[in-house]
Ligand binder design. Structure first.
Ligand code: HEM
Length: 422
């Protein structure tokens, strides 16, 4: 037995967070009543919402994603701020396994629409994290208008990303004034959260585009097993990990001294929807696939090395004296030694959005990376990849977005964007 949000409302004085937190790492039993429920385990428990940094960045990557970008449709700054306050309160509740509103999905008067939509009623928190980001267009719209009096606060790091060779971007699934990344170990919990934020934001924001992801393609903690992307390769091996605190300080967290004090402890999020032509990939030989990536498909070990987590050594030679990891292998081109030391934290997801009407799956990688400054980290790496990566024959970048994710919400009196709008 465990806990559901329905019970969370009925167990007086006991927060789901506390119960789930205490249960983290092991399946726990909560015998509040005899209603059978889902067990509380590390995967189903709650991730703290308040803290110095937003959750959903170094949080061990959950299995499911619902990412949404919004356009702000009001010109009224006060309405926008008020919505951000409402969103923060709802996010604090939902991440702890509670209903979006204080009344709940089924406890209100019959005459009014409920303040929660109800589809997560019987589900545990499922590790839900909600991470907000502010896009460049929130500060100035396409015609240069300072929409909400915050243009002077736009950090240099939030300049629009440049166009990269071979980009095939679709504007309708790119950009956005705001984003929310919902990650959870249950897809319904992630979708419920985004749906309720969209509901609360009606009249202030409208959904510009959204993306579901069904399998993580990264690990962000050394405790996690490395998952596989849709090319069948382990993905996330050489990622920045939660345990690398010195590297995170250097490469992940923005500082006030970087130029924007409201971003102190925040991070910049890049999202790129990358379509994979998996049918062509599937007709490529195993040897060629491994050469393109630079790692063995089975073990994930770098070519010419023994184990998955061996440090890349580009001096190791193959049987014919050639470099074991080719100069154009993905892992070499993306490696920090080739990009002036730039590192990023990858947190992407696999997607399959049905088929494309031409007998192919509309599949790929919804790439997400976090970094202290995308222009100094993501951009040089992606330029190198866009120019030289042999993998480009099998992938196409179809959407792009950049967001500034502020630091964490400190406590119940704080809200998403408080320092930006103060
Ligand atoms: C569909 C597109 C992509 C696929 C299939 C892919 C796949 C992989 C795989 C299999 C690895 C090796 C395992 C690992 O260390 O995680 C890897 C590493 C890496 N990828 Fe990608 N990747 C893609 C796009 C990108 C993009 C757009 C970037 C950034 C601009 C990127 C940056 C990196 C980095 C930094 C590494 C680690 C390199 C190292 O230090 O060893 N990848 N990728």
């Amino acid at each position: 037995m465990g806990i559901t949000r329905r019970k969370a409302m009925t167990i007086a004085g006991v927060g789901v967070a506390g119960i789930a937190g205490a249960a983290a790492g092991a399946t726990a039993v909560l015998a509040a009543d005899s209603e059978p429920t889902v067990p509380v385990s590390a995967a189903s428990g709650a991730v703290p919402f308040h803290g110095d940094h937003q959750a959903g960045i170094v949080t061990p990557a959950q299995d499911r994603l619902h990412f949404v970008a919004f356009d702000v449709v009001t010109k009224d700054r006060d309405r926008l701020v008020s919505m951000l306050q409402d969103w923060t309160a709802a996010a604090a509740r939902m991440t702890q396994g509670q209903d979006a509103g204080t009344i709940g999905a089924v406890n209100g008067i019959p005459e009014a629409p409920p303040d929660d939509t109800g589809e997560a009623l019987d589900l545990p928190p499922a590790g839900l994290t909600l991470t907000i980001g502010f896009g460049p267009t929130l500060f100035r719209d396409a015609s240069g208008v300072d929409r909400f009096g915050i243009a002077a606060k736009r950090p240099a790091a939030l300049e629009e990303l440049p166009k990269f060779p071979a980009d095939a971007l679709q504007p309708e699934i790119s950009g956005g004034d705001l984003c929310v990344q919902a990650c959870a170990n249950d897809p319904q919990v992630a979708v419920h959260a985004i749906r309720n934020l969209a509901r609360i934001g009606m009249g202030v924001v409208s959904v510009r585009w959204s993306q579901l992801g069904f399998g993580r393609t990264s690990s962000t903690s050394r405790d996690q097993v490395t998952p596989r992307n849709l090319f069948g390769f382990k993905d996330g091996t050489a990622n920045l990990k939660a345990e690398d605190t010195a590297l995170l300080d250097e490469h992940l967290w923005a500082r006030a001294a970087d130029g924007a004090s409201w971003m102190d402890g925040g991070s910049y999020l890049v999202a790129r929807k990358i379509r994979m032509t998996i049918e062509t990939w599937d007709r490529t030989s195993l040897g060629e696939q491994e050469e393109i990536v630079g790692r063995a498909k089975g073990s994930g070990a770098p070519l010419g090395h023994q184990n998955e987590f061996d440090e890349l050594d580009f001096t190791i030679k193959g049987p014919e004296g050639e470099p074991a990891i080719a100069d154009v292998a993905h892992v070499k081109l993306a490696h920090h030694s080739q990009n002036s030391g730039a590192r990023i934290l990858r947190r992407g997801y696999n997607f399959v959005d049905g088929s494309d009407g031409l007998g192919r799956l509309n599949a790929g990688l919804f790439f997400i990376s976090f970094q202290r400054d995308a222009h100094k980290q993501f951009v040089p790496i992606q330029l190198n990849l866009a120019r030289h990566d042999v993998m480009n024959e099998y992938i196409r970048h179809v959407s792009s977005a950049l967001f500034a994710c502020p630091p964490g919400v400190k406590d119940g009196g704080d809200y998403w964007g408080r320092e930006l709008f103060s």
